[in-house]
Design a protein around this ligand. Structure first.
Ligand SMILES: *Cc1c(COP(=O)(O)O)cnc(C)c1O
Length: 373
């Protein structure tokens, strides 16, 4: 006797909906704001967890021809999608031993130090082909890229290295562009412009999603948005100029009535202050519903603001639905966790994190549905 139903599959407990049309619109919105210059797309970490295989063709159709990933193997996953147009650049740089992979597959490295520049330059000589590479200048993030001192050394003593390959562009990464009027953004920009003056001419890129919306002066020749494409708010202090992309729904597994003083969840961290009705929802930290959301926020259900109660466990968490009229909710109902009422940015704030971490944490257990409306 089979233990599986005839179809071999049961209904899903949660659904992650990704609106491809909204992504296309967001790309066009950024492009319009950016006045039509080269608008790349950052699709690292599987397009921030939303699925690069589905998303890259959509962006390509919108005219995007340059895609940034973090790791070389993320680039390899995109090769089949980019036949007939589109290049991939790797932000993590040129790891020793990867040189052949890059040049043979036409992948563009983002060169982050003098050693990488030297290896790329030598490789291009060996292949007798001036293959393109970006050069990353670190202007204060102190994460990746040439320090101002490396830059001086390059220009003063090793400048011949700069002429062995095609410079796809120079880039730097702003650390604080999400904060309005943060003077550090201007400091980094000025340092970038000053450094650039001593280099052979090539396109320049300063902007991530937030910097695009801060100051047109920052725009230069190319930009690298990621988060805003997925509907994240690049200007958190203002209304979101982007269209929402992600909807997350999960089922009510159970509804229970508890008495005043009873607790909910691991560690008995929440106690009912009144007789309460608790809905157990089918999403947990294994699904990227971060444990820091325990007792931390509210969700709108049936037009009522309801607090999340108790610790988030691996597969489930609780919501106090006492204020929703009895009979309105039933086990099996899908409720909205991320959507119109609660954005990825909202969840980020509730979790003491950012929407970026929420997106990239969304687990593989959700049924992923791609829509186009
Ligand atoms: C991730 C990343 C981006 C994209 O940033 P968003 O804030 O998601 O737009 C751009 N440039 C670099 C170097 C990055 O690492």
């Amino acid at each position: 006797m089979s233990v599986l139903p005839a179809s071999g599959r049961a209904a899903d407990c949660a659904q992650l909906e990704i609106n491809l049309k909204a992504i296309a619109e967001n790309y066009q919105r950024i492009k319009r704001h950016y006045q039509g210059r080269t608008c790349a797309a950052v699709v690292k970490a599987d397009a921030y967890g939303l699925g690069a295989q589905a998303i890259v063709p959509v962006l390509k159709k919108q005219g995007c021809r340059l895609f940034f990933v973090a790791q070389a193997n993320e680039a390899a996953d995109l090769f089949p999608l980019l036949r007939g147009g589109g290049r991939i650049a790797v932000l993590n740089g040129l790891m020793p031993g990867d040189e052949e992979f890059f040049i043979e597959n036409d992948v563009i490295p983002v060169l982050n130090d003098l050693g990488q520049i030297e290896r790329w330059s030598n490789l291009c000589r060996k292949y007798e082909r001036p293959a393109p590479a970006f050069i990353h200048l670190d202007t204060g993030m102190n994460r990746l890229g040439l320090s101002p001192r490396d830059m001086e050394e390059l220009v003063d003593r090793n400048s011949s290295l700069l002429y062995g390959f095609e410079k796809a562009g120079y880039m730097t990464h702003p650390a604080s562009a999400d904060i309005p009027d943060d003077p550090f953004t201007r400091t980094q920009f000025d340092l970038f412009m000053k450094s650039y003056r001593r280099l052979p001419p090539a396109p320049r890129g300063f902007c991530n999603s937030s910097a695009i919306f801060r100051n047109p002066e920052y725009h230069l020749e190319f930009c690298r948005p990621g988060y805003a494409l997925w509907g994240g708010n690049p200007t958190p202090e203002k209304e979101n100029p982007m269209r929402a992309v992600v909807t997350l729904k999960a089922r009510i597994l159970q509804l229970r009535q508890i008495d005043t003083g009873e607790s909910v969840g691991y560690g008995a961290s929440w106690h009912a202050g009144r007789p309460s009705r608790i809905a157990t929802i089918a999403a947990g930290y294994a699904d990227g519903w971060l444990r820091s959301l325990s007792n931390a926020g509210k969700l709108r259900i049936s037009g009522v603001t309801t607090p999340m109660v108790g610790r988030v466990s691996m597969d489930a968490f609780g919501i106090d639905v006492t204020d929703i009229p009895e009979g309105k909710l039933s086990p099996g109902d899908m409720i909205s966790l991320i959507g119109k009422d609660t954005t990825i940015d909202d969840i980020g704030v509730m979790a003491g994190s950012i929407g970026y971490e929420i997106l990239t944490s969304l687990g593989q257990r959700y049924q992923r549905v791609y829509t186009e409306n």
